[in-house]
Design a protein around this ligand. Structure first.
Ligand SMILES: Nc1ncnc2c1ncn2[C@@H]1O[C@H](COP(=O)(O)OP(=O)(O)O)[C@@H](O)[C@H]1O
Ligand SMILES: [Mg+2]
Length: 153
């Protein structure tokens, strides 16, 4: 369960979101709806720790994520996946290198094990054999991994 409590985010003299609270239960599909520029992405970035809120907190399974130190935050972040509006792939890296990037940061597994993992997730999104392609060679849907038939939660 993710809880957002009284989140506030200010940029300069502009208050983007103020006093936003929500409870997102596990196993449910939770939507954030709002007009363009209303602060949906800013809220999401506060939730995953890319932005530091000016007030309020975000709790994962009852634990205060906002107040955590880097190392504890990293543990929670390993469980978070975020699909960016603009796909956010490294243009100079292949599909395989892009997918392997977080594994290289956080795992001490051998290259072979990491490659197995990469191929497993590529299979899930119907991108078998796309390992050596660069983002510029992919369609919009492929960049977002939306070509899969059966996404595992
Ligand atoms: N890094 C930033 N610095 C300053 N202002 C930002 C930043 N990110 C977003 N904003 C502003 O916050 C407001 C909400 O943006 P955003 O959350 O991206 O809207 P949306 O609801 O369309 O996702 C906009 O006015 C935008 O200009
Ligand atoms: Mg947005």
């Amino acid at each position: 369960m993710i809880e957002v409590k009284n989140i506030k985010k200010i940029f300069g003299d502009k208050t983007i979101i103020e006093d936003v609270s929500a409870v997102m239960k596990a196993g449910q599909c939770n939507l954030i709806i709002g007009s363009s520029g209303s602060g949906k992405t800013v809220l999401m970035k506060c939730m995953v720790g890319l932005f530091e809120p000016n007030a309020g907190e975000v709790l994962y399974h009852g634990e205060n994520f906002t107040a955590m130190t880097g190392k504890d935050k990293t543990e929670i972040r390993k469980e978070i996946g975020m699909l960016f509006q603009g796909s956010a792939l490294f243009d100079s890296q292949t599909v395989e290198q892009n997918v392997m990037f977080p594994l290289n940061m956080f795992s001490k597994d051998s290259y072979k094990i990491k490659l197995n993992r990469v191929n497993e997730v590529l299979e899930r999104v119907n991108l078998v054999g796309a390992n050596k392609k660069f983002p510029s060679e992919l369609s919009g849907g492929m960049k977002k991994g939306r070509t899969g038939k059966s996404h595992r939660p």
